[in-house]
Design a binder for this molecule. Structure first.
Ligand SMILES: NC(=O)c1ccc[n+]([C@@H]2O[C@H](COP(=O)([O-])OP(=O)(O)OC[C@H]3O[C@@H](n4cnc5c(N)ncnc54)[C@H](OP(=O)(O)O)[C@@H]3O)[C@@H](O)[C@H]2O)c1
Length: 263
């Protein structure tokens, strides 16, 4: 398992937990990377892909494209004052991380493992199954006032991943379904599938930030604080387990948007 984020300490902790729960069957490798820095992300992510594809031959490869930020929060009309270049820089950083870098990562992952299968091919079926999860949000579908930048980014990300799914909708494996527990009814599996997964309102730093945010829309603010008081925030491990079940079953339609509460 390859883990990417900016903080070495949280990466180390995530790697420790991953290996502990993997009981010797999982090795975690960490890469400190600022995915909002477009001057470096291309080369750094490429080198992660190179080292990962050299590290073994794969039956399947899964990318969880999860990193994100809430970006500037507030009424759009009050976010940006003419002449204040900091506003523009903050907007650009949000788009660089939430849209540009996310698109880049999924596109390069697809290229490496789907379009060049000889580099990372499996010993059995010839090409690995490739799955991409884009961490989405209800904000991709519904406009959330004062979260317009976040909503726009999530909607853009969803649409990119829907289009990516469509580009590869006819790529099927050749092997018989009997070799796979999840083989589909036609006896073949889709080589490439993309899922836009909305994890629900989770107990994370992002939600804490929004619950404390003085400029968040009043109705949203009440929803965040009330659901926190009522202990309704979803534990990250619970939404992760649901996601794993969806991926394992492999019954989702490629490119679809699936919410924690849908299944
Ligand atoms: N929390 C919710 O209720 C909720 C609901 C729907 C969707 N989501 C989505 O779920 C995903 C995770 O959100 P979260 O709630 O866990 O937010 P979070 O607590 O703020 O965590 C964000 C994650 O992204 C990483 N990250 C942020 N900026 C980065 C950068 N520039 N480069 C590399 N990694 C970066 C962070 O690691 P480092 O800080 O170490 O870099 C961290 O792992 C996001 O896409 C978010 O939009 C969250």
């Amino acid at each position: 398992m390859v883990l990417i984020s900016r903080s070495a300490e949280s990466l180390r902790e995530a790697a420790r937990m991953t290996e502990e729960r993997g009981r010797g069957a999982v090795t975690a490798r960490c890469h400190e990377m600022d995915l909002s820095d477009l001057d470096t992300v291309g080369d750094e992510f490429q080198s992660v892909l190179e080292s990962s594809s050299r590290a073994g031959r794969y039956d399947s490869c899964l990318l969880v494209n999860n990193a994100g930020s809430v970006g500037p929060v507030g009424l759009a009309s009050s976010l940006f004052s003419p002449g204040e270049s900091n506003n523009m820089r903050e907007l650009r950083r949000a788009v660089d991380l939430n849209v540009t870098s996310s698109i880049w990562i999924s596109a390069q992952f697809t290229k490496k493992f789907l379009d060049s299968p000889s580099i990372a091919c499996t010993s059995t079926a010839g090409s690995p199954l490739v799955r991409i999860v884009n961490t989405s949000s209800l904000c991709a579908l519904e406009p959330f006032p004062t979260m317009s930048i976040y909503s726009a980014g999530k909607a853009g990300r969803d649409m990119f991943h829907r289009a990516l799914a469509k580009e590869h909708s006819t790529d099927y494996s050749h092997e018989d379904s009997s070799s796979h527990p999840n083989g589909n009814r036609q006896g073949r599996r889709q080589m490439f599938k993309v899922l836009n997964y909305a994890p629900g309102l989770c107990d994370t730093q992002m939600s804490e930030y929004l619950a404390d945010c003085a400029v968040l829309d009043e109705g949203l603010h009440e929803y965040y604080t009330k659901s926190k008081e009522d202990d309704k925030w979803i534990r990250p491990e619970d939404t992760a387990k649901k996601l794993i079940r969806i991926i394992d079953l492999d019954e989702f339609e490629s490119g679809s948007h699936v919410d924690y509460w849908d299944v």
